[in-house]
Design a protein around this ligand. Structure first.
Ligand code: FE2
Length: 225
């Protein structure tokens, strides 16, 4: 009897989490479809994308995952975030990120950091609100995007003459499990610590999407060009 009930409840396509996951996947699909063709980019443009990505990821990913760990109230969500952090620290993903950028002759300059400064600050301040559901969703979007972006980032690095692709190799694989884990964490956090209906569930996702668009398109430079 219980088994029948479980089976009949198995398809959860109409659950709030499934709907949110679909929206996130659509946003990632749209971002991927908007990426410029690598053949059309100059060497300086390729270097800029890698450098801006690095200046955001190297110093902020672990910080933002830690902020999300501090924000969640669900005991079931914490091990998922801790597992992610453990891998980041144990395998020193920031060191891997820096090696990747240096091998592609794309080590970030002060100019690269300043291009993303405002959008980066907005994401930092948002995560400082320590809003559990919003923060987990933001990081699920981030992990999902990173995983999909890796093949493109690797192609940029290859076009720069790099052969050090450990960062893109590792993240194209491990982040599949991380993204699924974050959506599980989202589901439990939505139950234990639901978001106030007055708040926008996607607030952090939109801020992060703006930052990613700036990494890819360098809006500051194109505005002043
Ligand atoms: Fe990582």
């Amino acid at each position: 009897m219980n088994t029948t009930l479980l089976i009949s409840q198995e398809p959860q396509n109409h659950s709030p989490e499934a709907s949110v996951k679909q929206q996130i996947n659509k946003m990632i699909d749209d971002l991927m479809a908007s990426l410029p063709d690598i053949q059309d980019l100059t060497g300086a443009e390729r270097r800029g994308i890698i450098a801006r990505y690095t200046t955001v990821l190297e110093g902020n990913f672990i910080y933002w995952m830690t902020a999300t760990l501090l924000a969640v109230q669900s005991e079931d969500a914490r091990p998922i975030l801790l597992d992610n952090l453990h891998e980041e620290v144990h395998d020193s993903h920031p060191a891997m990120m820096r090696r990747f950028a240096m091998a592609a002759n794309a080590f970030p300059t002060d100019g690269d950091a300043l291009v993303v400064h405002d959008d980066l600050t907005n994401v930092r301040l948002f995560l400082g609100k320590l809003s559990g559901v919003q923060s987990v969703l933001t990081m699920a979007f981030f992990e999902g995007f990173i995983q999909r972006f890796m093949a493109y980032l690797a192609d940029l690095a290859r076009a720069q003459g790099s052969v050090d692709l450990e960062y893109t190799d590792v993240h194209g694989v491990c982040d599949i499990a991380h993204t699924d884990g974050l959506f599980r964490a989202l589901s439990v956090e939505m139950t234990i610590n639901p978001l106030d209906q007055k708040e926008d569930l996607f607030e952090g996702v939109y801020l992060l999407r703006t930052l990613i668009e700036n990494i890819v398109f360098n809006r500051v430079e194109s505005l002043t060009a």
